[in-house]
Design a protein around this ligand. Structure first.
Ligand SMILES: NC(=O)c1ccc[n+]([C@@H]2O[C@H](COP(=O)([O-])OP(=O)(O)OC[C@H]3O[C@@H](n4cnc5c(N)ncnc54)[C@H](O)[C@@H]3O)[C@@H](O)[C@H]2O)c1
Ligand SMILES: O=C(O)C(=O)C[C@@H](O)[C@H](O)[C@H](O)COP(=O)(O)O
Ligand SMILES: [Zn+2]
Length: 369
């Protein structure tokens, strides 16, 4: 393998195990495709922003191994993560005579990755796919672990499937064209791994936040590698979220309510998660699970990442009521009881309910119009 490759992280899922390659210049490397199966055709699924930047380069690399390489550019944005856009993938596959041996390749951020993965899970009841994530968020989180799907107007990621890719290829060079706001959004999911699994990684982030925001490649490589290691460690133990995997949802109970309540795309997923982690940490504090020092550190780190720490008002008359209404639809909820991912200050998280009155207190304290 070329010297340009920094690191490979493996995810152990028996016959569904795969590698996550992290490095520079990987889109150009044919070696990245070694060992992939024969395919009758390849469909690169990207979007109208990413395709002009990277699809031709990737198509050239894929063209050295595969005879028929097609590209589809979807409309860009969270607001398009829906049935209508998903159907564009099926239309393209069927109009081009694609079959069960077609390989799908997701080239883009988490929106493209989640939709391509779901298309792969369901086209002809399942075709293989690759994840080639081009945002920080998708490199550290969404491309790994096999959660795929689309949004419903009433709730985030409500329709989907667990379906693992054959391989993940993270080309760090693609992060250089990412807008600053998107870089910050990705940092939210990186920060998440500290309190739930590795407080020494949180220390490292406190020392390296400036380098990350300046897109220093060495710092970025470490952040992507460590995030993928933690996510792979969690998913390998609980692929379909029977228990442990829910810790990866830290910040998401509040965060998904913000995304749906504001209208998809108004707040980026990472922004909603950043603010949601601050709110979940406040709830953990009020339940006596964590000390104020860690909550303050998380708040400060989230701010330094360029993320919002004050939640939006979703309803002018009963804001907390609106949050609670949206959170009752969360996939972790059990018989109408909302479950929160709470932190304990010892690199661990628990998933539990909390009294509505306390949740209201947190929402009132954390949100401002
Ligand atoms: N499946 C999972 O486990 C998982 C985990 C986390 C998040 N998600 C999902 O991921 C989505 C968020 O992903 P995201 O933050 O990557 O957002 P995104 O996919 O919308 O990408 C963000 C923006 O950056 C642009 N972009 C992508 N790569 C670029 C590049 N290299 N240069 C310039 N612009 C580029 C995109 O076109 C888009 O406008 C949400 O839908 C969220 O629910 C899924
Ligand atoms: O991989 C997981 O598990 C996660 O929870 C990762 C999250 O960052 C991601 O946003 C995920 O899509 C949320 O899952 P959901 O089941 O709450 O929709
Ligand atoms: Zn997330």
């Amino acid at each position: 393998m070329s010297k340009s490759l920094f690191q490979t992280v493996s995810i152990d899922l028996a016959e569904r195990s795969y590698d996550i390659h992290i490095g520079s210049g990987l889109l150009n490397l044919e070696a990245m495709l070694d060992g992939l199966p024969r395919a009758t055709s390849v469909l690169i699924v990207s979007n109208e922003t990413v395709a002009p930047l990277y699809a031709a380069r990737l198509a050239e690399s894929l063209g050295k191994k595969y005879a028929h390489v097609l590209t589809l550019a979807l409309p860009d944005g969270e607001v398009h993560k829906n049935w209508q856009t998903l159907n564009l993938i099926f239309d393209t596959l069927l109009q081009n005579g694609c079959d069960r041996k077609t390989l799908l390749v997701a080239l883009g951020g988490g929106v493209v990755g989640d939709m391509t993965g779901y298309a792969a899970a369901s086209f002809m009841r399942g075709v293989p796919f690759l994840q080639i994530p081009t945002t920080l968020l998708s490199q550290v989180d969404s491309s790994v672990g096999g959660k795929t799907g689309i949004n419903h107007p009433l709730g985030k990621n409500m329709i989907g499937a667990f379906y693992q890719p054959l391989r993940v290829i993270c080309d760090l060079d693609t992060l250089q064209t990412l807008p600053d706001r998107e870089l910050s959004a990705g940092l939210a999911e990186v920060i998440k791994y500290g309190p739930i699994a590795d407080l020494s990684f949180m220390d490292w982030l406190e020392h390296n936040m400036d380098a990350l925001r300046a897109r220093d490649v060495t710092a970025m490589a470490h952040a992507v590698q460590r995030s993928c290691e933690i996510k792979a460690w969690v998913v390998a133990q609980d692929e379909r979220e029977g228990g442990l995997r829910a810790i990866l949802n830290f910040g998401h109970t509040f965060g998904h309510a913000i995304e749906a309540g504001m209208g998809y795309g108004a707040w980026l997923h990472g922004e909603a998660v950043g603010c949601g982690m601050v709110m979940a940490a406040q709830l953990s504090l009020r339940l006596g699970l964590v000390d104020a020092g860690l909550v303050a550190r998380l708040h400060a780190l989230t701010l330094r990442a360029g993320l919002p720490v004050v939640g939006p008002v979703l309803d002018a008359t009963d804001n907390a009521g609106r949050y609670l209404q949206l959170m009752r639809l969360d996939k972790k909820a059990d018989a109408g009881q909302i479950k929160f991912v709470l932190i304990d200050g010892a690199s661990k998280a628990t998933v539990q309910g909390a009294p509505d009155a306390l949740v209201r207190e947190v929402i009132d304290a954390c949100c401002k119009a």
